[in-house]
Design a protein around this ligand. Sequence first.
Ligand code: F6R
Length: 264
Amino acid sequence: MLVIIRRDSRQVSEEAARIVAAAVRAKPTLVLGLATGSTPVGMYHELVRLHTEDGLDFAKVTTFNLDEYLGLAAEHEQSYHYYMNEHLFRHINIPPKNVHIPDGQVPGGYESYCESYERQIQAAGGIDLQVLGIGKNGHIGFNEPASSLASKTRVKTLTMETIADNRRLFKPEDTMPTCAITMGIGTILQARRLLLLASGKGKDRAVAKAVEGPITASATASALQIHPDATVVLDRAAASRLRNRTYYQRVLKMTAKLTPNRLW
Ligand code: F6R
């Protein structure tokens, strides 16, 4: 695992956008896994800037989002469909047919729908680079504590903690969904490269569990430890509980010197 520590959330966003942009330039047909939530907003903003000002080309890129709330229509302002259009897709040149986000309104038959989402990922050649955020309880996607570390796309019941964390984004009169369709940990681990972002003090415990804790279904982000190519980009606040911060900085310098391609 490569741990990159930057000063603040702005630098985390810039670093993440730099990595994604380099991946798109290196492979214009990149299959890109995407996350939502407050953390990657700045990264999307920077990717839009790179598209508009530097001509970063998404014409051949295919995307797969991690998750969607069960029961929300794509037009609902809190749906992840809406989020992705607002923050990224409507500002770049990705063909709509290349965009995949789980359908929160699939009418029953969840199991076969989730299997078809997995098949679409496989048919696209698998995910090259998966962007991830992390919940305060250590979840990635909506893989809440006790999710199987081999899980595939499925419906998950959200914990009360996640519901409370995300409630702030809904209008008071809105009913907050209590379930989501999410890629599983097994799905995420199949991506060729993982890029987890975290910023802010509120994420420090979850980050410490993910990076330095035991591999456990109680904090599903800890599964990153068994991935051969995972990069974690943190700001100082989110990294503040890591015991080996200084070592990670030395590793980063040495990686840049010995294998500059590894950093893209
Ligand atoms: C969203 C997702 C979630 C979030 C996590 C952190 O697609 O997969 O795992 O990344 O809940 O959310 P924020 O960034 O809002 O703190």
